[in-house]
Design a protein around this ligand. Structure first.
Ligand SMILES: [Zn+2]
Length: 346
């Protein structure tokens, strides 16, 4: 199974330049969102420097404190425990205003994903480090100091929630066939998540399509609209597909659209060229592949629902489930099919 998972990782990496699509897609559209790309290895008052071996042997040492990661901070490789690194990822990937159980689910997904990445070997970007702080490579990572600036008056309460999410799930990871899963997630879905095969090339048994409870009532910018003039559309599409025939009236440019079971666009015919929904999303910077296309008055308009690739846990869905009283375990089992939640340390 490890081989299959590793192959899936490689496949995603090759096709999309890395599964950081997960990271990109997780970016919530909120005013309280921690700034991204603010990652630095800055130690803050509340972030203990690497503990001595003596300290690590005390009875109160947590599982995450016993795992040391070599982390590339963009300048050099530093050693951090999982307990030091993981909160920075949770700060960077989910609004701290979310429900505690959603944040805890996020912490487990992130911890799982870190181990999954490590199982795939070190990346060329940082051959001496297990992981980094760059969301275009590994994970978004935000220091406590930077997060506090963004959180303002809520800083104390939010930092407490982040740390609680990590500590309450200490050492817990999602496993399938005994190995950490590719724990991808996204911001919001249009009622149902996508199976991994709907978006990428292969179906992973734990990344299936499931219902997701978020709606326009609880997700900012749940519906979005992207409108292009005929010239803008033509220029953008031809840059990727110069073979396309985009002349005459734009009413005739867009042909058949096929959809997956989760109602996302699988393929569309544009100027006689068949392209995937995922590629269209990239070309036109759409928030998801769950869209309809309208051609009217010489303009092409995409009506888009949700945000992200749609695979794995929906963050806004997780927040809704948490607000309904679901635990972080419930949330993870909801979005990741047939996984086991267990202690794991690499
Ligand atoms: Zn990296």
């Amino acid at each position: 199974m490890r081989k299959i998972v590793a192959a899936a990782f490689l496949m995603v990496a090759l096709l999309f330049g890395g599964p950081w699509l997960m990271v990109k897609d997780a970016e919530p559209e909120e005013t309280e969102k921690p700034a991204r790309l603010s990652a630095d290895a800055e130690q803050t008052k509340d972030t203990p420097k690497a503990q001595s071996k003596t300290q690590k042997k005390t009875a109160k040492t947590t599982a995450d404190e016993q795992v040391t990661l070599r982390v590339w901070n963009g300048k050099k490789t530093v050693e951090m425990t999982m307990a030091e690194y993981l909160p920075g990822v949770v700060r960077g990937e989910m609004p701290a205003s979310f429900e505690p159980e959603a944040l805890a689910a996020q912490a487990v997904a992130e911890r799982t994903y870190i181990y999954y990445q490590m199982a795939g070997g070190r990346k060329d970007n940082h051959p001496d480090a297990d992981i980094c702080m760059d969301h275009t490579c590994c994970n978004a990572w935000v220091s406590e100091k930077q997060a506090r600036k963004n959180w303002g008056k809520n800083a104390d309460a939010y930092e407490k929630k982040i740390r609680q999410a990590v500590q309450s799930t200490d050492g817990k990871v999602m496993l399938y066939d005994g190995a950490p899963i590719l724990a991808v997630f996204h911001s919001s879905s249009a009622g149902v998540t996508a199976g991994s095969g709907d978006v990428w090339v292969s179906d992973l048994p734990y990344l299936t399509s499931v219902k997701s409870p978020e709606t326009a009532d609880n997700v900012p910018n749940y519906y979005s609209v992207n409108t292009f003039s005929a010239d803008e559309f033509r220029t953008a599409f031809l840059a990727s597909h110069p073979e396309a025939e985009l002349s005459g009236s734009p009413e005739n440019w867009i042909g058949g659209i096929s959809r997956s079971g989760s109602d996302r666009v699988e393929t569309a015919e544009i100027g006689g060229v068949s392209v995937s929904g995922t590629e269209l999303r990239e070309i036109f910077s759409l928030r998801s592949t769950c869209f309809t296309v309208e051609v009217s008055g010489g303009e092409i308009t995409f009506h888009v629902t949700g945000y992200g690739h749609g695979v794995g846990m929906s963050q806004y869905g997780a927040n809704e489930l948490a607000s309904e009283g679901k635990s972080w375990q419930d949330i993870l089992h909801w979005y990741y099919t047939d996984v086991t939640i267990a202690d794991y340390a690499g």
